[in-house]
Design a protein around this ligand. Structure first.
Ligand code: GLV
Length: 309
C-alpha cells in the first residue's frame, strides 16, 4: 500500500518528512524521485495529473487534490469507485480571505480609477464612501466563502451570500438556489465568485448575470476562469454596466499575450495567486486525512461526485 505524490518537488520533500514522521508504516513515494510499483499505489496526491497518468495505477482507491478545487483533475474519466478529496487547509483558506478583503477594499475605494488617473498624470478628485455604505455579495458559501465573510465583517461592509443550499451565517443575508439568485444579484455592489467549477456554475459570470446586478457593480473572480465569460465581462465594463473587475482565475492559464484582460483599464489581473496550498499545513491535513482513512473515519473535504465538489 503506497501513497504517491505527483507535483512540485519542494512540496514533495516537505510531505515526505511529514509522512515519515506521522505515518512511518505507509510508504510515501514521490513521482520522478522514488521507485514506484504502480500496483501498490492506493492513494495519489496530485494537482492536475492527466487521466492517462492516473490510469497506470490499477488499485487506486483515493485521489487527493493538492488544491481546494478538483476541476483541474480528470474526474469524469475516473472509475466511480475512486474517492476524490479536496484540500481543506488553513493556508489556502486564509490566503483566499486575504485576497478577497484586498479586492473588496481596492474596488470599494475605486483603486482601478485612481491608478488610471495617476498613469495619465491627472489629479482627479472623486468622492469616496465608507465600507458600511458598500454591499459585498459572496457567491459560494463553502470554507473559502465563509472565511472571506469573516475577514470582511470587521471592515464594516454590508454582507450577503449565495450558494446552492441554504445557509445561516451571523451578520450575513443568505440567499440560496436558482430561486434566490436574482434577488441576491439585485442587492450588492461588489460580487465575489468563490464557487466550485461544476456543470451548473460554468459561465455563471455572464451577460445575463451582469444585467441583474445594480448598474456600476464590480466583480471579483477568485474562482476559476471557467466561471467567467470573458467577452461578456469586457462588454459590461465598456458599456458601464460594470465598473471594475478583479480577476485571478482565467481560461486558459496562463492567459495568452495580448489578451484584453492585461490592458483593460478597469481590470485588475492576478495570475492565479489568490490562494496557494501551503506545504506545511497542507501536508499535516493530508496526513490527518490518511489517518482517518486507515481508521475508517469520514474524510475532510471528500467530494460528492454527483455534485462535482
Ligand atoms: C487553487 O486554485 C486551488 O484549487 O487550491
Amino acid at each position: 500500500m503506497t501513497m504517491l505524490y505527483h507535483g512540485l518537488e519542494a512540496r514533495g520533500a516537505v510531505w515526505a518528512r511529514i509522512f515519515a514522521d506521522r505515518l512511518p508504516h505507509l510508504p510515501f513515494r514521490r513521482w520522478g524521485h522514488d521507485r514506484v510499483d504502480p500496483a501498490e499505489v492506493r492513494y495519489l496526491a496530485a494537482w492536475n495529473a492527466p487521466a492517462d497518468f492516473i490510469s497506470q495505477f490499477p488499485n487506486l482507491e483515493v485521489l487527493f487534490s493538492v488544491g481546494a478545487g478538483i476541476d483541474q483533475l480528470p474526474i469524469a474519466a475516473l472509475p466511480p469507485q475512486i474517492r476524490i478529496v479536496r484540500m481543506v487547509e488553513r493556508g489556502i483558506i486564509t490566503g483566499m480571505a486575504e485576497y478577497v478583503a484586498m479586492a473588496c477594499l481596492a474596488l470599494h475605494r475605486d483603486l482601478p480609477f485612481f491608478i488610471s488617473e495617476q498613469r495619465a498624470g491627472r489629479w482627479t478628485y472623486r468622492h469616496t464612501r465608507l465600507a458600511s455604505e458598500t454591499r459585498v455579495g459572496i457567491m459560494g458559501l463553502g470554507e473559502l466563502g465563509k472565511a472571506s465573510l469573516e475577514m470582511l465583517k470587521p471592515l464594516g461592509f454590508v454582507l450577503s451570500g449565495w450558494s446552492r443550499s441554504a445557509h445561516d451565517i451571523d451578520g450575513v443575508t443568505c440567499f440560496a438556489g436558482e430561486e434566490g439568485f436574482d434577488a441576491f444579484l439585485a442587492q450588492a455592489d461588489i460580487f465575489v465568485c468563490l464557487l466550485p467549477l461544476t456543470d451548473s456554475t460554468r459561465g455563471i459570470l455572464c451577460h445575463e448575470t451582469f444585467e441583474k446586478m445594480p448598474r456600476g457593480s464590480a466583480v471579483v473572480n477568485a474562482g476559476r476562469g471557467g466561471h467567467l465569460v470573458a467577452a461578456d465581462l469586457i462588454s459590461a465594463l465598456d458599456s458601464g454596466r460594470l465598473r471594475a473587475a478583479m480577476i485571478d482565475g482565467t481560461d486558459p492559464e496562463p492567459l495568452p499575450e495580448g489578451h484584453p484582460f492585461y490592458s483593460h483599464p478597469s481590470i485588475f489581473l492576478t495570475p492565479h495567486v489568490a490562494a496557494e496550498t501551503r506545504h506545511g499545513t497542507a501536508g499535516e491535513v493530508l496526513a490527518d486525512n490518511v489517518q482517518r482513512l486507515l481508521a475508517g473515519d469520514a474524510l475532510l473535504g471528500e467530494v460528492d461526485r454527483s455534485l462535482g465538489y
